[in-house]
Design a protein around this ligand. Structure first.
Ligand SMILES: [Zn+2]
Ligand SMILES: [Zn+2]
Length: 137
């Protein structure tokens, strides 16, 4: 059964509705994610862009990953919440933050990436498969 995933930013100016199931659920400990999240990792649910209905206007900024890929981070200009991320090299993919979901408890991380740049104080689930950097696709 397909679930509808709903969520958005803290002040509700940005909202999304996603009709498909996540392709991947990833805890990422890369420096970009720690810096931007303010804590030890960011939790991402990756969906097909075609399944996503987005309302409201996000501010965006681009960063270059270690891999050389350009990531675009979308956040709310009013409340500052990080909401989504898109990838220049993979325009069909749309990733949202687990805590932006109306019900974040549905997030089930499958994998941890960029373990090598994680911090010991970020007590992430050690039983999950993990990768030093990005796993091969
Ligand atoms: Zn907001
Ligand atoms: Zn990351």
């Amino acid at each position: 059964m397909t679930t509808t995933y709903k969520g958005g930013c803290a002040c509700k100016a940005i909202r999304y509705e996603i009709s498909g199931d996540p392709l991947r659920s990833v805890d990422c400990q890369c420096r970009d994610c720690t810096h931007e999240s303010g804590t030890g990792h960011a939790s991402h649910l990756v969906f097909l862009r075609a399944d996503v209905k987005l309302t409201g206007t996000a501010s965006t900024w681009e960063m270059t990953a270690d891999s050389g890929n350009i990531k675009t981070r979308g956040f709310c200009p009013t409340c500052g919440s990080p909401v989504f991320m898109t990838f220049k090299a993979k325009p069909d993919i749309f990733s949202v933050r687990a805590a932006s979901l109306d019900d974040p408890s549905v997030y089930k991380p499958q994998v941890v990436v960029y373990r090598a740049s994680g911090y010991v104080w970020d007590n992430i689930d050690k039983s999950l498969p993990n990768f030093e950097t990005m796993p091969p696709v």
